[in-house]
Ligand binder design. Structure first.
Ligand SMILES: [Zn+2]
Ligand SMILES: [Zn+2]
Length: 172
């Protein structure tokens, strides 16, 4: 998914960018994410003064995950507001983010590939440590019994689910 500055400057009004991207490699490192639907991108690119282009819109995908406590499969959705500004510059040395102009990407090429920026936005918005329900009791650490279904006979200190939730909180 990309745009060209020169094309945008002569384009009459905003340009719609719609595409479904294969983003499976973005979630590869996450053991609790087993699959992800193509990422639906509904974006609008607008040319603004100063040879810049604003890209805004929505990113949407569905995830196949497992509960971080009991490992039960579950589905999650990600709904992301995307907003990035790109500015064309003539000097390649300055390419990248400019500290003075925060949130504006300086680009030396006429063409901008949006995929890396989209993938980054997705990565930052992936759900972390999903649970099937807030009070999921998880699995017994000794015998693996799903404690939501029944108790086991293992000798152990039963962790209060509220404390377990607190533990999850601190992992973040
Ligand atoms: Zn669970
Ligand atoms: Zn047990």
């Amino acid at each position: 998914m990309n745009f060209r500055f020169r094309q945008m400057a002569s384009h009459d009004g905003p340009k719609q960018l719609h595409e479904a991207l294969d983003v499976s490699r973005v979630v590869k490192g996450r053991k609790d994410i087993h699959g992800i639907s193509p990422l639906t991108c509904d974006l609008t690119a607008v040319y603004v003064e100063g040879n810049a282009v604003e890209v805004t819109g929505k990113l949407f995908a569905e995830l196949d995950m497992s509960c971080s406590r009991c490992l039960k499969p579950l589905k999650r959705k990600v709904d992301i507001d995307f907003e990035e500004t790109f500015k064309r510059i003539d000097t390649p040395e300055e390419e990248g983010q400019n500290e003075e102009e925060d949130d504006i990407w300086l680009i030396a090429d006429d063409q901008v590939d949006l995929n890396p920026y989209i993938e980054e936005a997705l990565l930052l918005n992936l759900p972390y440590a999903a649970v099937c329900k807030e009070d999921c009791k998880g699995l017994c650490p000794s015998c693996g019994t799903d404690l939501n279904e029944r108790d086991c006979d293992c000798e152990k200190e039963r962790i209060d689910p509220r404390l377990a939730a607190l533990g999850d909180f601190f992992k973040k």
